[in-house]
Design a protein around this ligand. Structure first.
Ligand SMILES: [Zn+2]
Length: 91
């Protein structure tokens, strides 16, 4: 398979867990195929994968299995709270 970016052969596909949204809207999608190119070092999702993720998001009620997730609140020192933005990692 060729890299979309540098057009070299030999791209690797890694299955990764991605999370979208946060709080009650948090959606975790497992086994998302991420293309990782050993030549240019880029990692990206194909258009098909992005399309499928959008489909899963739209139909999350029917696709998703609700599992208990442990979420721990990190207690921040007060000094940090003033200029802190909620910064959940998202795509
Ligand atoms: Zn590449």
């Amino acid at each position: 398979m060729k890299c979309d970016l540098c057009n070299e052969e030999g791209i690797n596909i890694h299955l990764m867990t991605k999370s979208y949204g946060k709080g009650e809207n948090l959606l975790v999608i497992e086994n998302v195929p991420v293309m990782i190119c050993p030549h240019c070092g880029e990692s990206y999702l194909t258009a098909d994968t992005l399309h499928e993720i959008e489909r899963i998001k739209l139909h999350r009620q029917s696709f998703a299995i609700t599992r208990p997730v442990a979420v721990a609140g990190y207690a921040l020192p007060n000094a940090l709270n003033t200029n802190l933005h909620s910064n959940t990692q998202q795509m």
